[in-house]
Design a protein around this ligand. Structure first.
Ligand code: FES
Length: 106
C-alpha cells in the first residue's frame, strides 16, 4: 500500500498507508491526520483539504482541473505547489508522497 507522509505546520510527521484508489484527503481523514478537515467531502468546494506538495513530487501528480485552480485561489496562502488533497488519487506511483499542511489549518 502506498505510504503518504503528512507534515503538520508544527513539523510533526504522520506517515500513513493509503489504499490505491482513495484520495490523499480520504487517507488523512481515515487516519485522523490533524489539519485536513475536508468540510465539503471532496466536492472541490471548501479548500480545507489544501496541502503543499513536496517539490520532488509536484510534477508527478496529474494536472489540476480548472475548478481546483479556482478553489486554490481562495485558499489561505496558496503557493505554486498547492493542491487540494481531495483531488489527488493514490496509486503505486505516489508511494512516498510528502505533503505539508498549511499553518492556517493547524
Ligand atoms: S475536501 Fe473540500 S475542496 Fe477538498
Amino acid at each position: 500500500m502506498p505510504k503518504i507522509t503528512f507534515i503538520t505546520s508544527d513539523a510533526k510527521p504522520y506517515k500513513i498507508d493509503v489504499q490505491n484508489g482513495l484520495t490523499v484527503m480520504e487517507g488523512a481523514i481515515q487516519n485522523d491526520v490533524p489539519g485536513i478537515d475536508a468540510d465539503c467531502g471532496g466536492g472541490m468546494a471548501c479548500a480545507t483539504c489544501h496541502v503543499y506538495v513536496n517539490e520532488v513530487w509536484i510534477d508527478k501528480l496529474p494536472a489540476k482541473e480548472d475548478g481546483e485552480e479556482d478553489m486554490l485561489d481562495m485558499a489561505f496562502e496558496p503557493k505554486s505547489n498547492s493542491r487540494l488533497s481531495c483531488q489527488i488519487t493514490i496509486s503505486d506511483e505516489l508511494d512516498g508522497l510528502i505533503v505539508n499542511i498549511p499553518l492556517k489549518q493547524a
